[in-house]
Design a protein. Structure first.
Length: 107
């Protein structure tokens, strides 16, 4: 599994980066949701957008759906899904997306 990624050092490094930043983005959204519930200091949207932009897009999107956090705020969703679209385009252009999808789909 993931032979085409593990045989290519830049793609492997990118995969690890996306995994780490996605996990950080996911937890940041979870922390922000918890703080919103308790009326505490919040993580700024600018910081959440930055997390998505540097590669944590999937964690931010997943947490938004699972925690129902900022899921009704259209301006937030437009920016985050725009960043996600940009990432998908870039990942497909460099071959990462096709390689990843071919590794996880059954044959």
């Amino acid at each position: 599994m993931f032979e085409c990624i593990s045989s290519n050092l830049p793609l492997e490094a990118l995969g690890i980066w996306l995994l780490l930043t996605g996990v950080i983005g996911f937890f940041a959204m979870g922390i922000d949701k918890s703080r919103a519930i308790y009326g505490e200091w919040r993580i700024s949207e600018k910081r959440l957008f930055t997390m998505a932009l540097v590669g944590g897009f999937w964690g931010v999107v997943l947490a938004s759906v699972l925690f129902h956090h900022k899921s009704s705020k259209l301006s937030f969703l437009l920016v985050v899904y725009g960043i996600t679209t940009l990432w998908f385009f870039l990942l497909s252009r460099i071959g990462f997306l096709g390689c990843f999808l071919s590794s996880i789909t059954p044959r």
